[in-house]
Write a protein that binds this ligand. Structure first.
Ligand code: BGC
Length: 882
């Protein structure tokens, strides 16, 4: 039966907190093949029954079922909207109206903020990391129709109404370039209000805003005082409304969290609890007056989706005693989040837990790689009895925890861990006959979970956890296969643009706390705090990745000037089209670095110029896609000039590259900077460089993500699989064999004898090298987008069989629905099943010259490759393996 499976708003199934009309899209369901939409009708209503239609597109002749923008429709503030769709298809059938998707608007105009930022702290508290309470009572004496809360903080907050926490979000409002961009959250609070006296309460912690952030240990990057901003809109059945906003009439007090820091953990002293502080009727006479804090409300932006939540609950797996005599817990998974416990104790008893990632070679707790981060949770009992606790304004990166203090003996069932990260709908899945490869895929996903804590970070455990732009650049496409990154990345890209220098330079970390005014590292300051190739290029490559996976043009428009100014910055500093600038990370942590250095052997001129060309080329394509014709022409010309220069500068007349590193060859090939006459030589040289290392990579952040791609794109799929499946150091599966449950920062983070790479930079949860999962999706599963029809409107399905796998099953939920391939090897025959979403088409490409069963598809053959165009639906194809 033909139907609309679901409607999406801004690529989400639900969106609570928008200030501009979202884009619409829908997924079509049918058992038939070749479904192409002919018309659609989109309606909006203020209720589920649609008896009050406020927008009707009418019947629109259009094949578009994604990225639909509405003309002439304006949102009202604090309103719940329902959107439904029906369609007809080319063959004449039509659907009923879909189930509606819901979206909720926030405060459309910043002038609607009547509330003020209030603080229970003073500037003298600048060096304290305590949490504070704020409260206010109010009366409701009419019947409430609906009520909404809009809340945020300078710091981190939890908001309560009548004793109950509002919403399921954590670590709100997240981390942004606060003075340019501060998010607030929107909540439906209708069910939390009651007749008579009500109480609103907020607890605020230092968080990223005021706490200690950065490896230099400085605090107060954005301000010296935490503050809360909240506005409730209460609409009554009688048509009137009340606005309750944070203001000077609220009262403030210290909270039982006496210390809370992102890196160091939390100290909760239950003896300071004030029971009922967030409920009506609480005696708050001793509370203090609050002060108003100046902050520009124009920078407030509603957050729609991708909020941080407690997501997976992992029970403790094992409690054990280390050779050094420490009692430790193993959760069986390296994760980012919180330990939660239930414990029985007596008044003044103390619980102390220290979180860490790995055991050392002797099986003892290893804290050295946390550097200065304490990752410690401390709880003091108020009275005899049982308590339940998890922290609030911090997070830890850990698989293990040492129990330094506990009343009596801890029991396994009393302790569990929660992963805490931005909730992004899963979109990808992969399973094959090789359990180690499945584990690698799992590790990549958990690397994402652990490092998508409101901003894309490098690592979640040591005193860093920063939005390193290079790591996010490398991983952005992989991430967009694994989960729906749309809201997460669009939010972070606002900060990329906000924190760009006036000249267009892009900081090394976003939000940028390495700015000269807040940075005190002489070396970094003198070398340069912004604009490193492959890092800064995130400004262009991340929007490009999103364009490919979502087909979205709005993101290009939004980031356009940020992208353009980055390209212009490079052009400004290039000398005769060779770009290089101050501090460069180059092929960071590559194994061909000199002993003791993090900087790989590929020269900076080459890496920088390659990225200069690549980003310029992508920018020109994006300019063309949104009709910026002049820019498209100008930057295409620039791209050709840089590429020519690259070819002249980094290739010798005999076709060999000036830099004999794997990475030089990889980026030259992947970025298409090799002239056709030298392509074969370049590929052969790369193979030789690989053979020289006995089939191992020695690449770092720059070369690694593309290594398998350039091999499979150039007729060396076998070598690509061999590289992916290598099991000895250095390789992805070496880590898996060593028991990794996330991806490591270093190929040899832990040596075969269990000893460690230097403790100064050795994260066991760093997603960068996990970028290889993009190859798993695009090449093993063969699910790729066609650049000319992005968002998988037309996909290329080209699974590459290999790696001695018996089968591989890959799925990806595109904006149009699920794309899937499953191939099984039966001696010389490959059985392939594919699913193509409705209202999209595919080119199915196979490495074969003989198709046994084509399921009605028309394959043509050329050079050992069979190709067919396919409409939507499920197909089963049998073909001879090569
Ligand atoms: C981070 C990296 C980052 C690098 C740049 C490290 O400390 O963990 O992932 O990209 O610095 O130098």
């Amino acid at each position: 039966m033909l139907k609309i499976k679901h409607v999406k708003v801004n690529y989400q199934k639900e969106l609570v907190g928008v200030t501009s009309v979202p884009q619409f899209g829908w997924v079509i369901e049918s058992d038939d093949k070749n479904i192409i939409q002919k018309t659609y009708q989109l309606q909006l209503s203020l209720n589920h029954n649609f008896n009050n239609i406020i927008y009707d597109s009418g019947i629109v002749n259009s094949k578009e079922s994604a990225h639909i923008l509405l003309d002439n429709f304006k949102l009202e503030s604090a309103t719940k909207y329902y959107a439904r769709v029906r369609i007809t298809i080319l063959s004449g059938q039509s659907t009923d109206f879909s189930e509606p998707a819901i979206f909720v608007s926030a405060l459309i105009d910043s002038k609607e903020w009547e509330a003020s930022f209030i603080s229970a702290e003073t500037e003298q508290d600048a060096d304290l990391s305590k949490a504070t309470y704020l409260r206010k009572e109010f009366t409701i004496n009419r019947k409430v129709k609906e009520a909404w809360a809009f809340t945020t903080a300078l710091g981190l907050y939890k908001f309560y109404l009548n004793g109950q926490k509002v919403g399921e979000d954590e670590l709100t409002p997240g981390w942004t370039s606060y003075h340019n961009h501060l998010l607030y959250q929107t909540y439906d609070i209708t069910g939390l209000l009651k007749d008579g006296e009500n109480a609103a309460g907020a607890m605020i912690g230092a968080g990223w805003y005021k706490g200690k952030m950065g490896f230099m240990g400085f605090r107060n990057h954005y301000g010296k005082q935490t503050a809360f901003l909240g506005q409730l809109i209460i609409r009554y059945e009688d048509g009137t409304q009340d606005i309750i906003g944070s203001d000077e009439s609220w009262a403030g007090s210290d909270a039982p969290i006496v210390f809370s820091e992102i890196y160091d953990g939390e100290i909760y002293d239950a003896r300071l609890e004030q029971r009922g502080w967030n409920e009506a009727g609480f005696e708050a006479e001793e509370w203090n007056k609050v002060s108003l804090v100046e902050f520009d409300k124009k920078v407030l932006t509603a957050q729609g989706a991708s909020r941080v939540k407690m997501i997976d609950k992992l029970p403790a797996k094992k409690i054990f005693c280390t050779p050094e005599g420490d009692t430790c817990i193993d959760f069986g998974q390296n994760l980012t989040g919180w330990i939660s416990f239930v414990a029985k104790g007596k008044k003044d008893d103390k619980i102390e837990i220290n979180c860490f990632e790995v055991l050392d070679s002797k099986g003892n707790a290893y804290f050295d790689n946390l550097r200065a981060a304490k990752q410690t949770l401390i709880y003091y009992f108020k009275e005899d009895g049982e308590i339940e606790y998890h922290p609030s304004f911090t997070f830890q990166g850990f698989q293990y925890a040492k129990i330094t203090s506990w009343p009596g003996l801890p029991k396994l069932e009393e302790i569990s861990a929660y992963s805490v990260h931005s909730y992004l709908e899963p979109t990808g899945s992969f399973h094959c006959s090789n359990p180690d490869l499945n584990q690698l895929h799992h590790n990549v996903l958990w690397g994402l979970k652990g490092n998508f804590v409101d901003v894309p970070t490098d690592c979640p455990q040591r005193n860093e956890r920063l939005g390193w732009t290079g790591d996010a650049q490398i991983f952005s496409r992989t991430a967009s296969y694994l989960v729906n990154t749309y809201e997460f990345f669009t939010k972070w890209l606002v900060d990329v643009a906000a924190d760009q220098t006036k000249e267009g330079g892009v900081p090394h970390v976003v939000p940028d706390i390495l700015k000269p005014e807040t940075m005190h590292d002489d070396w970094l300051l003198s070398q340069g705090t912004h604009s490193a190739a492959a890092w800064a290029d995130v400004a262009v490559i991340m929007p490009w990745s999103m364009h490919l996976n979502f087909g979205d043009k709005e993101i290009i428009k939004k980031q356009y000037s940020s992208m353009k100014s980055w390209i212009n910055f490079m052009q400004e500093h290039a000398v005769e089209d060779i770009w290089n600038y101050k501090l460069q990370f180059g092929d960071w942590v590559a194994l061909d670095a000199e002993e003791g250095s993090y900087f790989g052997a590929t020269p900076n001129d080459l890496t920088c110029t390659a990225y200069y060309a690549y980003s310029t080329g992508l920018f020109a394509k994006m300019a063309a896609s949104i009709g910026e014709k002049e820019d498209a022409i100008r930057y295409t010309k620039l791209y050709h000039r840089i590429s020519d220069k690259f070819r002249k500068s980094f290739f010798k007349p005999d076709g060999t590259m000036t830099a004999q590193t794997q990475t030089a060859h990889i980026i030259a090939l992947y970025f298409d900077l090799v002239s056709e006459e030298f392509r074969q030589t370049t590929v052969e040289s790369l193979i030789k460089l690989l053979e020289k290392e006995n089939g191992h990579l020695v690449t770092g952040f720059v070369g690694t993500p593309y290594f398998c791609h350039v091999l499979s794109q150039n007729g060396h799929t076998k070598e690509a699989y061999d590289l992916l499946l290598k099991e000895d150091f250095p390789s992805w599966l070496y880590q898996v064999k060593m028991g990794a449950t996330t991806v490591w920062e270093h190929w040899d983070g832990m040596k075969p004898d269990g000893t460690m790479w230097s403790a100064d930079m050795n994260s066991f949860n760093h997603y960068a090298y996990g970028a290889v999962a993009e190859w798993i999706y695009r090449v093993v599963g063969g699910i790729d987008t066609d650049e000319n029809h992005p968002g998988f409107q037309h996909s290329i399905l080209y699974p590459h069989i290999g790696g001695e796998l018996d089968y591989a099953e890959t799925k990806y939920e595109s904006p149009y629905g699920i794309l899937a391939t499953k191939w099984e090897v039966d001696k010389n025959v490959i059985n392939l099943q594919v699913t193509i979403p409705h209202n999209t088409t595919s080119t199915i490409r196979l490495d074969t010259d003989e198709i046994f069963e084509s399921d009605g598809l028309n394959f043509s053959q050329k050079g050992g490759i069979s190709e067919a165009w396919a409409g939507s639906g499920d197909y089963t194809i049998k073909y001879k393996s090569r």
